[in-house]
Design a binder for this molecule. Structure first.
Ligand code: PL4
Length: 444
């Protein structure tokens, strides 16, 4: 009897354990095969090439670090701020957070367009009342607004981009369906107007010689070239757009880096621009808000679609439907940025990054490279004498452990250049210059 009981128990345990094993195996097999849904993929996403530029740079850096765990990487790559938020601006954020803990100060959802006081202060402090507070729409940043603008324009428009340019303009055009496939030879998407920007045209497109675009994405100070558009160039751009009925999306994310007198910091300094231009902007680079997230877009009342509908009306619809307002804590920080004290702190931060740019620029000049940008902009754009930018990126990573960004990542027009960001800490910039000097000066 005892023997029989033991046999039954053993056979039960064997049965249970094999059932578990089989179940686990089936689970592993199912997840390895990963069943497809019956939902069709958005074909526009299939047109995109590889990954988005900046995570790709991060991936290559991490891959290098995994192979070389003792590497002392210096990053002049992604344009991310590194200096702490200064005290007055920080006190605005703290105030915003503290208010939420009191009955009187608590607030829930706010206006989708932003806090009225902040919109007024942006209009008066940053635009000298050239635009009205109703034309300011606060948001969670310039990049997010660019993608929402693309959603508003839809798939039927043709976009024109400076080549090279911040990759978000092209990638979001592809995502919303404005383009055909990429041409493997030219590395250009069909139905985007690529406007060559290089040293021979002063990094400014020759608009008249190019096919017409409906919407032009123009960035000044420019990412990645560091070039800054002059008053004369912007005046001609505005009259060109009026003549051919196009709209300019002016990306002024780096505007306060302009120190040369007379160079416009906003497209609205140009007469007539309110009939043709939208401006996107952000506190990311002014005030160390890359992680905090606060930007804005100006859509003037005078700007209209071809059927007479004010663009502002549709933008308001986009923002009220797809966005729930910038965080109230962050908007309180934004108000502090616009105080006199906050503006002084912004200037000090920009002085710091511009000094970094000068250090990098002078080093590369001393090493015999042709260098662009870095005076009214936080980026320097280095000519590579015909060398491949991805190869140079890898060569510098492996030989000096300095991360840069290959110009080709910003479009085919960026091939043969390397972008360096001045947003690194000072000591990192100095260390990078030491390593570059050692590497490039060594006898070959
Ligand atoms: C990496 C011309 C940086 N993950 O912070 P935002 O959204 O208000 O502004 C983003 C932005 C908008 N317009 C221009 C820019 O150059 C940027 C930021 N660009 C760079 O290294 O080129 C950060 C890139 C970030 C991104 O994808 O934007």
């Amino acid at each position: 009897m005892r023997f029989l009981l033991i046999c039954i128990t053993v056979s039960f345990l064997v049965h249970i354990s094999s059932a578990f094993t089989l179940g686990a195996a089936r689970y592993v097999r199912t997840s390895a095969l990963s069943m497809s849904s019956s939902v069709k993929r958005n074909a526009n996403f299939g047109k995109l090439q590889a990954g988005y530029l900046f995570p790709e740079i991060g991936r290559r850096r991490n891959e290098y670090l995994a192979k070389n765990p003792n590497a002392e990487i210096v990053s002049l790559g992604i344009g991310d701020t590194t200096q702490p938020i200064p005290p007055h601006i920080l006190s605005g954020l703290v105030k915003g957070a503290s208010q939420l803990g009191t009955k009187e100060g608590y607030s829930g959802y706010g206006a989708e367009q932003g806090n009225r006081m902040l919109r007024e202060k942006i209009a008066s402090t940053l635009y000298n009342d050239l635009i009205g507070p109703d034309e300011v729409f606060c948001s969670d940043g310039a990049k997010c607004d660019i993608s929402r603008l693309q959603m508003m324009f839809g798939s039927e428009v043709t976009s024109g981009v400076q080549d090279p340019s911040y990759p978000v303009y092209v990638d979001t055009s592809v995502m919303v369906g404005q383009t055909g496939l990429i041409n493997d030879n030219t590395k250009q998407f069909e139905n985007i107007v690529y406007m060559p920007c290089n040293p021979s045209n002063g990094f400014w497109p020759d608009f008249e010689s190019l096919p017409r675009a409906d919407v032009y994405y123009i960035c000044s100070p420019n990412n990645p070239t560091g070039a800054v558009a002059t008053r004369d160039q912007l005046t001609k751009l505005v009259s060109f757009c009026k003549k051919q009925g196009s709209i300019v999306v002016f990306d002024a994310a780096y505007a306060p880096f302009i120190r040369t007198p007379g160079v416009p910091k906003s497209i609205y300094e140009i007469e007539g621009s309110k009939e043709v231009a939208i401006e996107v902007n952000s506190f990311s680079k002014y005030a160390g808000f890359t992680g905090v997230r606060l930007g804005w877009t100006i859509v003037p009342n005078d700007l209209k679609f071809s059927d007479g509908t004010p663009v502002r009306q549709d933008w308001n619809r986009v923002m009220t439907t797809t966005f729930n307002g910038a965080s109230n804590i962050v908007q309180s920080g934004g108000l502090a940025i616009l105080d006199d004290e906050g503006q002084k702190e912004v200037e000090t931060l920009i002085d710091y990054y511009l000094e970094n740019a000068k250090i990098l620029r002078e080093c590369m000049l001393e090493l015999g490279f042709k260098v662009h940008g870095g005076t009214d902009a936080p980026y320097i754009f280095v000519e590579l004498d015909g060398k491949s930018s991805w190869d140079t990126f890898s060569e510098l990573l492996e030989s000096t452990q300095v991360v840069t960004i290959p110009g080709a990542g910003f479009g085919p027009g960026g091939e043969g250049f390397l972008r360096m960001s001045a947003f690194a800490p000072r000591e990192s910039c100095i260390e990078a210059t030491k390593r570059f000097k050692e590497y490039y000066k060594k006898p070959s």
